[in-house]
Write a protein that binds this ligand. Structure first.
Ligand code: SAM
Length: 240
């Protein structure tokens, strides 16, 4: 990582109240592994050091806003792609145990290999679709948190994520700007699935200033057994 990019990483982290000096070598290694992975499998659209550091690393760390990811928790990362937000979060929160999930096996293989190279024992990736995994007793209503970034609109996320959560668990959804229409649909879907939207926090991405919203949904009752619907249906026919 160039000194300029490293400076941006520290600046972005400092805006979030984080000091990354102890883990800067790990973030440097993650950058290299991602660039190598990109050259082989075209994993993410972001290619420059600056974009990867600000729009993947710092952006992923914004999930820590609000203090919902502290202590020892079992966390699913729904639709992790090349490992975001899991990998940056796992580097700075060794007490959290992450299960990054993705339907694309090559991405899950990359996340597993990368976590191993970084010595992250708190990351155990799983390949599969949320609709199918949440029908399995080892995944249904077993987790304290679901984190998600850039996967789907709020009502779809509610159907895919809430079945993973135990009662009292939280969905931490990191989104761009959020319309009132999407929020209303998400609130209705959460109610149908045993949850409720408890926080909506607009904020700006450190350094770049892009608009972001952190949406928190709390699981309050068991999700009805008919949810989630079969693979693909939550996306094709959102509940609300
Ligand atoms: N979260 C990552 C990030 O922020 O860079 C990746 C975002 S990417 C746009 C969305 C990912 O979600 C894709 O890798 C896709 O395979 C995965 N995905 C979408 N629907 C899914 C589902 N129902 N179950 C599991 N993975 C899903």
């Amino acid at each position: 990582m160039t000194p300029e990019t490293l400076q941006l990483l520290h600046e972005g982290a400092a805006e979030l109240g984080l000091d990354l000096h102890a883990s800067e070598a790990n973030f440097g290694q993650l950058l290299l592994l991602l660039q190598e992975g990109n050259a082989r499998f075209n994993l993410t659209a972001l290619k420059t050091e600056r974009d990867i550091v600000l729009k993947h690393f710092v952006d992923s760390l914004t999930c820590l806003r609000g203090g919902h990811l502290e202590g020892t928790l079992r966390v699913v990362d729904l639709g992790t792609g090349a490992g975001f937000p899991t990998l940056p979060l796992a580097l700075v929160r060794p007490g959290l145990h992450f299960t990054p999930v993705d339907s694309t096996r090559k991405k899950v293989d990359f996340v597993r290999a990368t976590a191993q190279s970084l010595g992250l024992e708190n990351v155990e990736p799983v390949a599969g679709r949320a609709e199918t995994l949440t029908r399995q007793p080892e995944h249904r209503e077993q987790y304290d948190r679901v984190v998600v970034r850039a996967v789907a609109a709020l009502p779809i996320l509610a159907e895919l994520a809430l079945p993973f959560l135990r009662e009292g668990g939280l969905l931490v959804a990191q989104k761009g700007p959020l319309s009132q229409e999407e929020l209303r649909a998400g609130q209705r879907a959460a109610g149908e699935l045993g949850g409720q939207v408890t926080e909506v926090e607009p904020f700006s991405l450190p350094v770049l200033g892009d608009a972001r919203t952190l949406v928190i949904m709390e699981k309050q009752r068991p999700t009805p057994a008919k949810y989630p619907r079969r693979e693909g249906v939550p996306n094709q026919q959102p509940l609300f």
